[in-house]
Ligand binder design. Structure first.
Ligand SMILES: [Zn+2]
Length: 379
């Protein structure tokens, strides 16, 4: 540090005499730490989505007016949830709801979509529901052919599939979804990657014992939704896969936030958002414990669509709920200095996520797929 401090406070001519290259060599020789961006290139990217999570709860925390017994399993006691999630200010409430999110992205990451701070993030597909949103996220562009949530293969190439066809990332891409349609949004055939969703078992070689138990849990559990598991088996299946196969590109899609909101169960919607945050933390701690990922992994956390705002509209979304186009997008990477919430910035869109993901790995998705949005402005 001493050398850097002395040089940076030296007269300009001294700085120009010591060229940047010499400075770098000198600082390396002296064991000084360069900015992390220069130290540790990103080698891995993890994209996590939780379905239909509103930007309102991300930035303002739990909404007290919605946290009523009627909105929690039809008259369950909400006192414990009020204790857990309510507080006087939006900042306190959001940290109670998603503590890891705020610790991780809040200081050095980039968080888009806080409309109270002058930042809006939106989908561009005009549909404001799931499959169009997943396809836009994974391909970087809307596709009018994807106009339903029907469980059909995505006709488009996703950035995940494209990466899995590069020599650098072949065999090192894996996708996990709680909702079965996620497998088709990724399109296993086009991707050639691990693409596991809903109640489908995952079999790999060698087979980790924990994965066999997770397959049994998926098979034997009651099915609240016939095409979607709870988030837990999906998350832990992905975590076991990470431990066993160490993919460079990992996609995890959680679904409970959307399902509980549609059911009018605001209490469980909050709890599932809080669980998603705990999964992010568990995943991050796991990655940081592994040399393949430590300090070399970018993380992106976002959602497929927003939800309504007025009256009971928080439960729903779609073309008839225009405000449900609005989402949040959070990104982090080693050495990033984003200052957390972006304030008074231009609109960003879901179509920018795919190229952002690729850029972290040094790849240019927008050139490969010109219809895709540009990488997010991370400066
Ligand atoms: Zn939905």
């Amino acid at each position: 540090m001493l050398l850097v401090l002395r040089v940076s406070s030296a007269p300009m001519k001294t700085v120009s005499f010591l060229s940047l290259r010499n400075l770098l060599v000198l600082s390396l020789l002296c064991g000084l730490r360069l900015p992390a961006q220069q130290q540790t290139p990103v080698r891995n990217v993890v994209l996590v989505m939780t379905d239909g999570m509103r930007w309102q709860e991300i930035f303002r925390g739990a909404d007290e007016t919605l946290l009523t017994p009627e909105n929690y399993y039809n008259k369950r006691d909400v006192a414990p949830l009020k204790q857990q999630f309510l507080a006087a200010t939006a900042e306190e409430r959001r940290r109670k709801l998603m503590p890891f999110f705020w610790e991780h992205f809040g200081s050095t990451g980039f968080i888009f979509g806080d409309q109270d701070a002058g930042s809006t993030a939106s989908v561009t597909n005009g549909k404001n529901f799931s499959y169009p949103g997943y396809s836009e996220t994974l391909t970087g562009h809307p596709d009018p052919r994807i106009d339903s949530n029907d469980d059909k293969p995505n006709p488009n190439l996703t950035v995940l599939a494209w990466l899995n066809h590069t020599p650098k990332f072949k065999g090192s891409v894996a996708a996990f979804g709680a909702w079965h349609t996620i497998a088709n949004a990724v399109n296993a055939e086009k991707c050639g990657c691990v693409d596991n969703a809903a109640y489908d078992p995952l079999v790999i070689s060698p087979m980790p014992p924990a994965l066999a138990v997770l397959n049994a849990v998926k098979r034997d559990s009651p099915r609240e939704w016939d095409d979607e598991t709870f988030d837990a088996p999906t998350f832990y299946t992905a975590a076991e896969y990470v431990k066993a196969k160490k993919p460079h590109v990992l996609y995890i899609s959680l679904g409970e936030t959307d399902e509980w909101a549609h059911a009018g169960n605001y209490g469980e919607y909050l709890l599932s958002a809080n669980r998603a945050d705990q999964y992010l933390k568990q995943l991050w701690d796991l990655l940081q414990s592994m040399p393949e990922y430590r300090d070399s992994t970018a993380l992106i956390f976002t959602t497929d669509h927003g939800r309504g705002t007025v009256g009971k509209a928080w439960q729903t979304h779609g073309e008839k709920t225009p405000e449900s186009k609005d989402i949040f997008i959070a990104v982090s990477a080693p050495g990033m200095n984003g200052n957390g919430v972006q304030k008074n910035v231009a609109l960003v869109t879901q179509s920018q996520v795919a190229a952002t993901l690729a850029r972290f790995l040094g790849e240019d998705w927008k050139t490969a797929e010109p219809a895709a949005g540009a990488p997010l402005p991370l400066k």
